[in-house]
Design a protein around this ligand. Structure first.
Ligand code: PGA
Length: 260
């Protein structure tokens, strides 16, 4: 992986309680060996109400805490939304944008997501922009165009300098929470395509630096083969991140690919 540290994110979605969130974060922090943390970046994305308690559990450990979503607006009359400034205020350093459960589940458009990306980056948060095609789009042979459009529209107006704080999660919608995973070669080919598109939109240096992680039913049993792909720079883990032991196995798998 040329100069790209792997990144493993745990997307807890709308799971956990205050108590179990605290226990899960504590177990991740305790189980994260120093040599692994030196090689691999780790981020946790708990539900908003538990960000503060998770942030406290993490303390000074090398684990980033991030929001599962962020508002595209700075502040004001936006009931139910959470601003980038609020996330920063709680000690978050990152946010997901455009997870399929928002993009497809809540019909968030490329325009809305681009606004979120720009607001988060301008505020100082790192961003993980999630992209991915639906099963119908894949079966129609449109996966590459769909993902290319999500990337280019999502990054509209993002400067080369800001791109350094952005990663992309390729998550085929049909693989999320379904137990189906993209074949490692299919993931690799989409990641390579995204990187080629980034080169066109920016330049070769920027495209080589951006981390592109894979998401969709990654588990300890399939992590090695996916993470071994040259353009797969880590993973965004949903279901398997709710078990600290399994999540840490995936982190170790990413660190060992990097070290090999
Ligand atoms: P999954 O979710 O690992 O449960 O498929 C991944 C995600 O939605 O980020």
């Amino acid at each position: 992986m040329p100069d790209r540290r792997p990144l493993i994110g745990g997307n807890w979605k709308m799971n956990t309680t205050r108590e179990s969130a605290e226990a899960l974060a504590t177990a991740v922090v305790k189980g994260l060996a120093a040599d692994v943390a030196e090689t691999c970046d780790v981020a946790l994305f708990p539900p908003f109400p538990y960000l503060q308690v998770v942030r406290q559990c993490v303390g000074s450990a090398p684990v980033q805490v991030g929001g599962q979503d962020v508002s595209g607006h700075e502040e004001g009359a936006f009931t139910g939304q959470t601003s980038a400034r609020m996330l920063l205020d709680l000690g978050c350093t990152m946010t997901l944008v455009g997870h399929s459960e928002r993009r497809h589940g809540l019909n968030e458009s490329d325009e809305v997501l681009n606004r979120k990306v720009r607001m988060a980056l301008a505020s100082g948060l790192d961003v993980m922009l999630c992209v991915g095609e639906t099963l119908e789009e894949r079966e129609a042979g449109h996966s590459e165009q769909v993902v290319a459009k999500q990337v280019s529209a999502g990054l509209e107006g993002v400067t080369k300098a800001d791109l350094e704080r952005l990663s992309i999660a390729y998550e085929p919608v049909w693989a999320i929470g379904t137990g189906r995973t993209a074949a490692p070669e299919d993931a690799q080919s989409m990641h390579a395509r995204i990187r080629a598109d980034l080169e066109n939109q920016y330049d070769a240096r920027s495209a080589t630096s951006v981390r592109i992680v894979y998401g969709g039913s990654v588990k300890p049993a399939n992590a090695d083969s996916i993470l071994a792909q040259p353009d797969v720079d880590g993973g965004l883990i949903g279901g398997a991140s709710l078990d600290a032991g399994g999540f840490l196995d995936i982190v170790r798998a990413a660190a060992s690919v990097e070290a090999s």
